[in-house]
Design a protein around this ligand. Structure first.
Ligand code: GTP
Ligand code: MN
Ligand code: MN
Length: 389
C-alpha cells in the first residue's frame, strides 16, 4: 500500500528491475545531463562511474513527478554525492557547468562521432582520438585500416545516424517474417529491443527467431541471410556462431552481456516507398515488399535515393531457451544489468539470455515465459513497456 500525499515518502526500490520505468517520464532535464556524464565516463573506460550515473538517472525516470527541489530527493537510492551536486546545480542555475563543458569538449564530441560508427567500440575510437582523428571523414582522409564492418559503418554513416522509426521497423518486420517463413515454415519471430519496450524510434531493429520443434532452428541464420541477399535486401551481414569468441572490441568483461546464440549483425536496404506504402494503405506484406521492385537501382546514395540503410540484429534461439532470450534481448541495457546483479547478489542465481542457474540448489531452472523467470527471481513481473530503466 502506497502512502499518499508526500511523493518523497514513496518507497523507491534500489534495483531497477524492482521498479516500473515508463518510456516517458518527468525528469529528462536531469536524466539527460546525468547520462552525458555516464557516457563520458564510459569513453574514459571508467565503468564504475558510468554505471553510477546511469543508475542515478534511472531512479529519476521512475519518479511519478518532476523534481523541483533537493527535498524531493530524500530517501531515494542510488544518488551519490556527485550526482546530487549535478542535480542541485541544474535545479538552482538551470544547467551544470560540468555537464556543459563535457558536452562541448573535443574528446566527448569526437568519441561520440567515432563510436557512432557501426563496428567501432570505445577502445578503437580512443586510439584514433589520441592519433588526432575526430570524425568518419578523418578516417577516410587519412586512409585508416578498417575491417569490413567498419567500412560498412563509414559508408552508411549518415543513414545509420538517423533514427529508425516504428513505421520502418514494421516494414522490416514484414520482410524478416517473409524471409524466415520462406526458409522455415512454422518459425516464430518476435520484435525485441527498444521497439518491444514501446519506443517510437531506435538505433536499430532487433529480432528473435525460434521454432517450436527444438532442433529445427539449427543452421537457420545462413538460410535467412541467403534469402535476403538473393532479394537484394542486404547491404551488409556478419553472422557469428559464438559471440564470446568474437568480441568486437577487446576482451569480454565479467559484466558483459555477450551470449552464444547464432546472431547476425546486418544492414538492410530499405525502400522508402515501402514505408509510405505501408503507412498509407492496407497493403499486405507481399504487396509492400514487391511494390518497389521496379525502383531504380542504387547508382548513387544520397538524400534523393529511394532507399536507406537500416541496422538490423537477428538472433536465433532454441525453443527451450526462448523465454530467457526474450527477457535478455528486450532491455533496456541497464534493466538487464540490474536483473543479473539482483540474481547474483540477492538470490545466489546466475541469469543469462540462455538460462537461470540456482547455485544453492545446484540446478538450472526451466521457464517457458518471462513471467516464470521473474517469479523464480522473487520479482514482481515488469512488462516490457516499463523496463525503460
Ligand atoms: P536502441 O536500439 O538504441 O533503440 O535500443 P535497444 O534497447 O534496442 O538497444 P540494443 O539494440 O543495443 O540492444 C537490445 C537488447 O539486446 C538490449 O537489452 C541489450 O542488452 C541486448 N543485447 C545487445 N547485444 C547483446 C548481446 O550480445 N548479448 C545479449 N545477451 N544481449 C544483447
Ligand atoms: Mn535495438
Ligand atoms: Mn541491437
Amino acid at each position: 500500500p502506497k502512502p499518499n500525499g508526500d511523493p518523497t515518502a514513496m518507497l523507491m526500490k534500489s534495483y531497477a528491475c524492482q521498479r516500473r520505468t515508463p518510456l516517458k517520464h518527468h525528469n529528462s532535464f536531469l536524466t539527460e545531463a546525468l547520462e552525458i556524464l555516464s557516457q563520458n565516463a564510459e569513453y574514459n573506460d571508467n565503468e564504475g562511474r558510468s554505471v553510477a550515473f546511469r543508475r542515478a538517472a534511472s531512479v529519476l525516470k521512475a519518479l511519478p513527478r518532476r523534481v523541483r527541489s533537493m527535498q524531493d530527493l530524500r530517501c531515494l537510492p542510488c544518488l551519490g554525492d556527485h550526482s546530487q551536486r549535478v542535480i542541485k546545480e541544474i535545479l538552482e542555475d538551470g544547467s551544470s557547468r560540468e555537464v556543459e563543458s563535457t558536452r562541448q569538449s573535443e574528446q566527448y564530441q569526437a568519441m561520440k562521432a567515432l563510436t557512432g560508427i557501426f563496428g567501432v567500440g570505445v577502445r578503437t575510437a580512443d586510439r584514433w582520438f589520441r592519433e588526432g582523428l575526430r570524425s568518419p571523414d578523418d578516417l577516410i582522409r587519412t586512409g585508416q585500416q578498417l575491417n569490413r564492418e567498419q567500412q560498412a559503418g563509414v559508408q552508411y554513416y549518415d543513414d545509420l545516424q538517423k533514427p529508425v522509426t516504428k513505421a520502418e521497423a514494421d516494414v522490416i518486420s514484414d520482410i524478416v517474417e517473409k524471409a524466415v517463413h520462406a526458409v522455415l515454415p512454422g518459425a516464430e519471430i518476435q520484435l525485441m529491443g527498444g521497439f518491444r519496450r514501446g519506443k517510437e524510434v531506435g538505433h536499430d531493429v532487433d529480432f528473435l527467431i525460434t521454432h517450436p520443434e527444438e532442433g529445427k532452428e539449427e543452421g537457420l541464420m545462413p538460410k535467412i541471410t541467403n534469402w535476403l541477399k538473393e532479394q537484394g535486401l542486404l547491404l551488409y551481414q556478419k553472422t557469428t556462431r559464438n559471440s564470446y569468441l568474437e568480441k568486437m572490441d577487446g576482451p569480454a568483461r565479467a559484466s558483459s552481456n555477450m551470449d552464444r546464440f547464432e546472431r547476425c549483425f546486418s544492414i538492410f536496404k530499405l525502400q522508402k516507398c515501402a514505408v509510405s506504402c505501408k503507412l498509407s494503405s492496407t497493403a499486405s506484406a507481399e504487396d509492400v515488399s514487391t511494390a518497389c521492385e521496379r525502383e531504380r537501382p542504387d547508382e548513387h546514395h544520397s538524400e534523393a535515393s529511394g532507399w536507406r540503410a537500416v541496422r538490423v540484429d537477428l538472433v536465433v534461439s532454441p525453443y527451450s531457451q526462448f523465454a530467457f532470450a526474450t527477457l535478455g534481448w528486450t532491455g533496456s541495457k541497464l534493466f538487464e544489468r540490474e536483473l543479473r546483479r539482483w540474481a547474483g547478489q540477492e538470490k545466489h542465481m546466475s541469469l543469462s539470455s540462455h538460462a537461470l542457474y540456482d547455485s544453492k540448489q545446484n540446478l538450472y531452472l526451466r521457464a517457458k515465459t518471462e513471467e516464470e523467470i521473474f517469479a523464480y527471481l522473487g520479482l514482481e513481473f515488469i512488462p516490457p513497456s516499463e523496463r525503460n530503466a
